[in-house]
Write a protein that binds this ligand. Structure first.
Ligand code: BTN
Length: 242
């Protein structure tokens, strides 16, 4: 596969999109030790200091209609969660739609970006950011409460290249399962790894906030939340806090 390794980039997602637009093949990986303007979901910044984290992006060229692209969010979350569990032995879980948590704190975020025409996907970039070897003091004050590294969680440092290999292998595996067995097989894995279902959650979606119990996800990957009045609402885009 094509592999690009950098000491410093603005954002591996931006670079991966550029490579993809120039024709980079399915499976291309862009990884950097440091990102100067790492990006998170919903326009947020993603702190990406050097020497400690795993910041990388994977180019996929799936044979799918564009409306199915969000399903790849679940494919990647399952793969990353499995790989971290196998590699570290830590009982990390998935928070809908695709954060990876250790005891309620975020160790990993995933940012998926799509380039498509009416009926075909040009490429999808899966951007994965993992807090691997940071000490608690390395996190900016506003993240101290919400974030944690694998090293703090496991009380040991981890090899970033070894973890990257484990994730790429798992991503290939889950992607293959998705293409051959379909989305239900992926959802089955996702359900077994999540800490969101059955929980009381506060949902912040694009234009409103409400609370309820996260009951399930549907075949499209929407979170189904039962509110106090007994209605079930489906959430496509948004954030949940537990
Ligand atoms: C989130 O939780 O909001 C998603 C965070 C995604 C961060 C990764 S780090 C590698 C890739 N490059 C970026 O600029 N963002 C993603």
């Amino acid at each position: 596969r094509e592999l690009y390794v950098f000491e410093q980039v603005n954002s591996t997602n931006d670079l991966a999109k550029k490579k993809a637009a120039e024709g980079a093949s399915h499976g291309t990986v862009v990884v950097a030790d440091q990102q100067l303007s790492g990006r998170g979901r919903l326009g947020r910044p993603w702190a990406s200091p050097p020497g400690t984290g795993l910041w990388f992006s994977v180019v996929l060229r799936p044979p799918l209609k564009p409306f199915l692209a969000p399903q790849l969010i679940f494919v990647s979350a399952v793969a990353v969660c499995h790989a971290i569990r196998d590699y570290t032995g830590l009982p990390v879980t998935i928070k809908w739609p695709n954060d990876i948590l250790f005891s309620g704190k975020k160790v990993c975020g995933i940012l998926t970006e799509l380039s498509a025409e009416i009926d075909i996907i040009n490429y999808v970039v899966i951007g994965i950011g993992i807090n691997v070897n940071q000490e608690m003091a390395d996190f900016p004050p506003e993240l101290q409460e919400k974030a944690i590294s694998l090293a703090v969680a496991g009380n040991t440092k981890y090899n970033r290249v070894g973890l990257l290999k484990a994730i790429l292998k798992e991503l290939e595996k889950e992607y293959e399962i998705y293409l051959t067995e379909g989305f239900p097989a992926v959802l089955k894995h996702w359900r077994s790894l999540t800490s969101t279902l059955g929980q009381e959650v506060m949902v912040s979606s694009t234009d409103e906030t409400f609370t309820g119990v996260a009951e399930d996800i549907n075949g499209e990957g929407c979170l189904l939340v039962r509110t106090e009045d007994g209605n079930v609402r489906s959430v496509m885009v948004g954030d949940v806090s537990l």
